[in-house]
Design a protein around this ligand. Structure first.
Ligand SMILES: [Mg+2]
Length: 395
């Protein structure tokens, strides 16, 4: 079979809800006084948009092959990501065979090492990598999960992230993860309010439903330890997520030693590449790693991260990212469940995570998704043609 080559790569931005899922309208649960590393400044405490959590916008990468097939992906990256794709990465992509995914990844990563390694550059490399997997799978007329070895179970099961774990339980999810609202700067009163909300949710959800707290890098070891102790013993908190800044591997190792036996420490959504996750795994920082496939280096790097975690006996439960995660999770034994990020304003409706940017995006039904819901070629989604794509650096 003669493989098509890559004719052109194009990078676009989009504003509003979608891959940059923090770019929501007023009153959305995801911007409601959530604890952050910026919450020590009272003027940035009320809203994450106030300090610019939504400044980047969505990056859309579109890759066209010589036979006319087009693969695409969305991630967070906006204009900065477009600049990197069009001015730097395109040279490693255009003219290559559609099967050259490993070589392209290696060239993109090594050529950007002098200013990359993490952050926006890895978001961008991830977006290109996801678009390459989408393109190859479409050329082969197979779903991406088939290229990854195929499903190891008949369906995915999900926990739900959002402000309403009580509804998540009624909707069939295996657990509910709440955002933490108050950080250390809000003192004892804030800590009490964090525990009260957890207590109310435990009351509403009954004794066996998983409840988790997502702390979005906002705590210190001492505060996180106190929260974990009471939250576990009084309310059965299953895990404490991303309690500390991502660079504080030493703090995570200490926190993991401090939390009650049986409670899990999770992190990794703002970590990137096999080297970042190697630090988390070898230093004993956590029980579950949570790479975001749109930020950690794409599917190509997630395969390596996941194998490393498997060798350490750790679970990989990717952060958000909808179909880009689902196609991976269903092929891995050490990814026994997935996250569903509830993007409805009140966290009370089941809506596609990247709505309105993607069409045909599947959602859980009764907290589950059949493997057959992922059987369309590529990642099985289309870019919504109604949206106003902007290409800031055309070539
Ligand atoms: Mg999180």
């Amino acid at each position: 079979m003669s493989m098509p080559t890559i004719r052109h790569v194009r990078a676009f931005t989009l504003r509003g809800a979608g891959a940059d899922y923090h770019d929501q309208g007023a009153g959305h649960w995801i911007d409601d006084h959530i604890a952050t590393p910026m919450a020590k400044y009272p003027e940035y405490r009320r809203s994450r948009q106030s300090f610019g959590i939504n400044v980047l916008g969505t990056l859309v990468v579109e890759i066209e092959a010589s036979d006319g097939t087009v693969g695409f992906a969305v991630t967070t990256g906006g204009e900065l990501g477009c600049w990197i794709v069009e001015n730097h990465l395109a040279r490693f992509i255009e003219g290559q065979k559609v099967t050259d995914i490993e070589k392209i990844w290696d060239q993109m990563f090594n050529a950007t090492l002098y200013y990359g390694r993490k952050g926006i550059v890895l978001n961008t490399i991830s977006g290109v990598d996801l678009a390459l997997w989408d393109l190859l799978a479409k050329v082969r007329k197979e779903p991406v999960h088939a290229l990854l070895g195929g499903p190891v179970r008949d369906e995915l099961q999900f926990y739900m992230t959002g402000a309403r774990p009580d509804l998540a339980r009624k909707q069939g999810f295996i657990g509910g993860k709440l955002p933490l609202h108050h950080g250390p700067a809000e003192g004892e009163a804030g800590l009490r309010r964090n525990l009260e909300l957890l207590g109310q949710m435990r009351e509403a959800c009954g004794p066996d439903f998983w409840l988790m707290y997502d702390c979005w890098m906002s705590l210190d070891v001492e505060y996180a330890t106190r929260l974990a102790q009471v939250a576990y013993h009084d309310f059965g908190l299953k895990w404490i997520e991303e309690a500390l800044p991502p660079d504080d591997y030493w703090g995570y190792a200490e926190l993991r030693r401090n939390v009650p036996r049986g409670m899990l420490v999770t992190t990794g959504e703002h970590e990137a590449t096999r080297w970042g996750f190697r630090m988390l795994l070898e230093m004993g920082c956590c029980d579950i790693i949570q790479p975001d496939v749109g930020w950690c280096g794409g599917i190509t790097e997630l395969i390596r991260i996941s194998a490393l975690a498997d060798a350490h006996g750790k679970l990989v439960v990717p952060h958000g990212s909808s179909v880009y995660s689902y196609h991976f999770v269903i092929t891995r034994h050490n990814s026994p469940f997935a996250e569903f990020l509830n993007m409805s304003p009140g966290a009370d409706q089941i809506v596609p995570m990247f709505d309105p940017q993607l069409l045909d995006e599947p959602v859980p039904v009764n907290g589950r998704m059949k493997a057959s819901a992922l059987d369309a070629p590529g990642f099985g989604v289309r870019l919504n043609p109604e949206l106003p794509l902007h290409r800031p650096f055309p070539r």
